[in-house]
Ligand binder design. Structure first.
Ligand code: ATP
Ligand code: MG
Length: 579
């Protein structure tokens, strides 16, 4: 593509609202433009990268036996009412009425739509298994759209849905998708991990996420340091913590109160008493579906709300208000403790607290804590022990016992085994071999195709701009003509462009009348894997300069016989991207 005939509005400065590097660079490189919060236009170069990602996804989905369809973006409410999600999905679902007053929504995901499609059509086990997918724009009215393409309101998703006659078949379909995802993300040369995931609002039996590793990731991943020997990794949201019980046989002196005037937070109390936070019990008061619950954690730990919600089987979980804290504990926030807690009858404690015997905790009285608290001796409420905290670095791997480490990741894909949740609710049944009606067993498999482009940049950039991995680069080669006004140089650049095209490569041909400095800066900013620079001086020596964007290596190739020399050199560029 010729720059002068395309639309590539590069910028020196990033927009003020861009917080993460992918957002900054995508805008600066002239690939996307914001229309409104979380909604972007794809400009020519960005669109090319997106098309590359789509093509890789499509190739592997087709190879895995899935068949492409395209469902509408507008879905009638009736289908969502059948599954109960019309109310449950919350404000992310953009609802509206058509001119006849019928409720509709913009599809944030298509379980209802696809189940509604196939339930009338698939009647026999002979028609199963079936896997259909689409690559389509989704709309989710995210609470906090941010980070550009990473968390948009409108975004491109590949969503696939499998339908099987039995559980073993559903597992097989799931594995086929999992393997396809590995091929997709490896094919994009992304550094990623498959992690065990929570099933969230979509629901179902089990699920995995695919995370691109990057500092800026919104997700936290616990992964075994034994990797790749032990491949265990899980989203911290659902990473189980295995706590070994250690008997603490030291006797606990009688519990006593200590004055802690105005020391509300764990840090304040620790500094005041001169102890470490691990010597404290943190008492959290929450409201689960309207009823009070107290949770005990070691002072240096964080509550995992997902684990607690699951344990309670609750729909809604929130922290108690200051008034509720005062009512239930008899003290202002910061002084609640497990001994003598009045307004709560459900007490949950993290497994880790079993091993200790002599704790500091709130006294349920203003400006007061207790020390030498023994949970067994001093707490009258029955305690339910459970895994309630977030995993931290150094916790034992639940699979092999080696320590885990924490990494940040960007979720680019998510696969679920749904079971019969949707087919039961929507009566999507088939007749099995013995003529009995059975619900179809489903799986669903998403990839955030537009988010992949952002994630790829979060993983591949330097101070000058993007470093596109070849499979996702908008074009393969950035051809810079230094003086297009010079007819000889321009003719040679045209010839080289034809050479590159003949090699099957796609070029971005910078034929603008701009200063060399501007062109070099733009080339590094856009970050195509290879650069070719044609100028009068080097041509006079019979040479053309080339640069590997990622390694920064430069060399010269002969102007005569360029095509063959370039083909060899470019293999090196591709090799430099292989893991
Ligand atoms: P997240 O936890 O990031 O909100 P999710 O669990 O809601 O993701 P899914 O419903 O599984 O995501 O959607 C499938 C894929 O779509 C995700 O793995 C992600 O890559 C992508 N995705 C989800 N929400 C967005 C968004 N707001 N913007 C861009 N991509 C998104
Ligand atoms: Mg979400």
């Amino acid at each position: 593509m010729r720059w002068s005939r395309s639309y590539i509005p590069t910028l020196k400065e990033a927009p003020a609202d861009a917080e993460v590097i992918s957002h900054k660079l995508l805008v600066r490189a002239g690939m996307i433009r914001k229309m409104t919060s979380g909604i972007y236009t794809w400009l020519p170069l960005g669109l090319r990268a997106l098309e590359k990602a789509k093509a890789i996804v499509r190739r592997e989905m087709n190879a895995a036996g899935a068949c492409e369809i395209l469902m509408p973006m507008v879905i009638p409410a009736d289908l969502w009412i059948e599954t109960g999600r019309w109310d449950k999905f919350g404000d992310q679902l953009l609802r509206f009425k058509d001119r006849n007053g019928r409720d509709c929504c913009l599809g944030p995901t298509h379980e209802e739509a696809v189940t509604g499609l196939l339930r009338g059509e698939v009647r026999s086990y002979r028609q199963l298994p079936l896997n259909v997918y689409q690559i389509q724009t989704k709309f989710r009215d995210e609470l906090r759209p941010r980070f550009g393409l990473m968390r948009g309101r409108e975004f491109l998703m590949k969503d696939a849905y499998s339908f099987d006659a039995d559980d073993a078949g559903a597992d097989k379909s799931y594995m086929a998708m999992r393997d396809a995802y590995h091929r997709i993300f490896s094919g994009m040369t992304l550094d990623f991990r498959q992690v065990e995931a929570d099933t969230g609002a979509i629901g179902g039996n089990f699920s995995h996420e695919f995370m691109v590793l990057a500092e800026t990731g919104e997700d936290s991943i616990a992964s075994c340091t034994g990797w790749p020997g032990c491949e265990w990794a899980a989203n911290v949201e659902r990473a189980p913590v295995v706590t070994a019980f250690k008997e603490d046989s030291a006797p606990c002196p009688p519990m006593e109160e200590v004055a802690t005037p105005n020391q509300h937070s764990i840090e304040e109390v620790c500094a005041f008493l001169g102890v470490e936070s691990r010597a404290l019990i943190k008492t959290l008061l929450l409201v689960a579906d309207g009823a009070p619950v107290a949770v005990l954690l070691r002072g240096d730990r964080e509550l995992n709300e997902i684990k607690l919600t699951k344990l309670l089987g609750a729909d809604r979980l929130a922290f108690a208000s200051p008034e509720q804290v005062r009512e239930w504990s008899g003290a202002p926030a910061g002084f609640a403790g497990p001994a003598g807690l009045k307004g709560v009858d459900r007490l949950y404690a993290d497994n880790e607290l079993k091993s200790g015997n002599d704790w500091i905790a709130g006294a349920n009285r203003a400006d007061t804590h207790v020390r030498h608290l023994s949970l067994i001796r001093d707490v009258t409420l029955p305690v339910t022990w459970a895994d309630l905290r977030n995993a931290v670095a150094g916790d034992p791997c639940p699979r092999c016992g080696r320590p885990v480490e924490l990494k940040r990741g960007i979720e680019v894909g998510h696969i679920f085994k749904l079971g019969t949740r949707y087919s039961d609710a929507m009566h999507a049944v088939f007749l099995d071999e013995s003529g009995r009606e059975q619900p179809m067993i489903m799986g669903c498999y998403g990839i955030g195709v537009s988010r992949v482009i952002a994630a790829c940049i979060e993983q591949n950039f330097d101070g000058d701009g993007i470093m596109f991995p070849p499979p996702l680069a908008p074009c393969d080669v950035h051809l810079v003509c230094l003086d297009p006004q010079n007819a000889g140089v321009a003719a040679k650049a045209d010839a080289l462009n034809a050479d590159l095209t003949a090699l099957g490569l796609e070029t971005l041909y910078d034929d603008r009348e701009e200063r060399p400095g501007v062109k070099f800066k733009d080339a590094d900013l856009i970050g195509l894997p290879a650069q070719v620079v044609v100028g009068g001086k080097s041509l006079a020596r019979g040479e053309v300069e080339v640069k590997n964007r990622r390694s920064g290596d430069r060399t010269t190739l002969p102007a005569e016989g360029f095509r063959e020399a370039f083909a060899v050199w470019y293999q090196g560029v591709l090799r430099s991207w292989r893991p």
